[in-house]
Structure formats: structure tokens, C-alpha cells
Unconditional design. Structure first.
Length: 281
């Protein structure tokens, strides 16, 4: 197996989002190429904003197989049903996920409105179309997470952004991970996970994998935060390589990246993924 199970469909293709900002006309053929490459097992669906679905449909026509897409609903809670209907009406596109950011306050009420919209559009949670509610780092986030958990949906955390203060601390990410595990909520991450190993400011996606594994094994918030702080690539690679893939990926569903090539090259350099004809360390 070329791609180890712990990395299977780990990276959702967010090429059209910042900082990549690739036009859909270029992102679609690039995604098709990723899905046909030797590392295809690493790559999840193409992420597309709800406001760009018309353009996506045009770009997908003529493809040999339906394009798997996860829709980021940027049109407000009321736009969830329209987005689902738009994808269902397009035979060249297949819905493989919905992501909705919470808007408004208090967050608990915002979560209830969002859950109601998702229930109306989808009829409830569906593993074939995993649905994530993006919970902001604001007062009341745990109440919102309670609502998401009760409804059976998944949670999403933004781990970076253009400004330095958009990056949550190790403790904030750890608190989110442990809170999700405590509530039985699967999670994904977006923004800022540009590298495998954490840097001076940004989190590393291998650190987050280890953090979820630590929490799944009963680790405390402090233990999880410690996993997020590791900046030694060899040490981190060894720890991730020892994780129970099924136990970790049950909770860490995926993360969005505007690049597939960069995380792939770093996994190869760390010996965690091997190109055809080579053996992973």
C-alpha cells in the first residue's frame, strides 16, 4: 500500500482558497491529476465555496467521472439547502461533504440555527456526506459544540489565517480536541497547517494527528498541548508512526490544504510515505 492508513484521504484539496487562490478552471484539472497520481490515496475531495458552484459545474463537465466535492457554505445558513440542491442537480459533481461556519451570537443559538438548516437540507448526519460545523474561538464555543454533538454532526477548527492572532495557541487547540473527544465528535481542521512539523508560529499537521491520538488515548489537555509543541521532525515522525491509525482517524477526519505537493514532499522526506519503488523508513 503506497499511502499508509493513517494518511488515507487526509488532505482535502483547498487549492481555490487562500493563500493558494487557484482559479477553478485550473483547480479542477489539477485535482483530477492528483486523484490519478500514485499518491491519490492521500487526497480527499476538492473544496469549493457555495458561491462558486456554478463555475465548478462548468469546469466539471466533460470529466470522465463525477468530481467529488465538499462545499464550504459561504452564503449564510440559509444557503445550505440551495448548495445541496445545486450539487444534486449537477450530474458531473458528487457531494462528499458540507462545511458551515457559525455566524452570529450567542454561539449556542447560532449552532441551533445551523443544525436546523442542515437537518432540513440533509435529513440528518450522513457518513457519505460528512458535515462539519466550524466553531469559532469565541465565548460560548463549548455550548455550540454541545449542540453540534447532540445533533450528530462534526466539528471544524480554523488553525491559522492571514494575521498572527488567527493562530490558536497549543492550549486552545488542545482544549478543542479534548472537548470533541469528550463529546464523541469527529473533527477536521483548516487554514495554517502548511507543514508537517510545527514552526515558530504555525501548527504542523503531524502535530495535530499526534494530538488527537494523545487525546484518544486518554491524555489530558496538557498532554495534548505538549504533542502540539514538538518541533523535532524525527521525533514527531516516530511518534506518529507508532499511532493506531484507526483510532486516530476515527476522530481526525481530514484537514484542508491549498497545496498537495508540499505536505506530500514533507511526508516523503520524513520517511512516512514512500514513492513507488521505494520503502518508507
Amino acid at each position: 500500500m503506497t499511502i499508509p492508513p493513517i494518511f488515507e484521504r487526509l488532505i482535502d484539496d483547498a487549492a481555490v482558497f487562500p493563500p493558494g487562490d487557484l482559479p477553478l478552471a485550473d483547480a479542477v484539472p489539477a485535482h483530477v491529476a492528483h486523484r490519478a497520481a500514485w499518491y491519490a490515496g492521500l487526497v480527499g475531495p476538492l473544496l469549493c465555496a457555495a458561491s462558486s458552484l456554478d463555475s465548478l459545474a462548468s469546469s466539471a463537465r466533460g470529466l470522465p467521472a463525477p468530481l467529488e466535492v465538499a462545499v464550504v457554505v459561504d452564503t449564510g445558513t440559509g444557503g445550505v439547502l440551495d448548495a445541496v440542491d445545486a450539487v444534486d442537480a449537477e450530474p458531473h459533481v458528487r457531494l462528499r461533504g458540507i462545511e458551515v461556519p457559525l455566524r452570529g451570537s450567542p454561539l449556542g443559538d447560532a449552532a441551533r440555527r445551523t443544525v436546523a438548516a442542515l437537518d432540513a437540507a440533509l435529513g440528518g448526519p450522513d457518513d457519505d456526506e460528512p458535515t462539519y460545523v466550524e466553531v469559532p474561538r469565541e465565548h460560548g464555543w463549548e455550548v455550540a459544540l454541545d449542540v453540534v454533538a447532540e445533533a450528530g454532526y462534526r466539528a471544524k477548527l480554523r488553525t491559522g489565517g492571514a494575521a498572527a492572532d488567527a493562530v490558536p495557541s497549543n492550549e486552545e487547540v488542545a482544549a478543542f480536541v479534548v472537548a470533541c473527544l469528550d463529546r464523541g465528535v469527529a473533527m477536521k481542521f483548516t487554514a495554517g497547517l502548511h507543514h508537517a512539523v510545527r514552526g515558530p508560529v504555525e501548527h504542523g499537521f503531524l502535530n495535530v494527528l499526534l494530538a488527537v491520538g494523545t487525546a484518544a488515548g486518554g491524555g489530558s489537555v496538557a498532554d495534548v498541548a505538549a504533542a502540539l509543541s514538538i518541533d523535532d521532525g524525527a521525533r514527531l515522525a516516530a511518534a506518529v508512526g507508532a499511532l493506531d491509525a484507526a483510532a486516530v482517524r476515527r476522530w481526525f477526519a481530514s484537514y484542508g490544504s491549498c497545496s498537495i505537493a508540499e505536505p506530500l514532499s514533507e511526508l516523503i522526506a520524513l520517511g512516512l510515505v514512500a514513492e513507488p519503488g521505494r520503502v518508507a523508513r
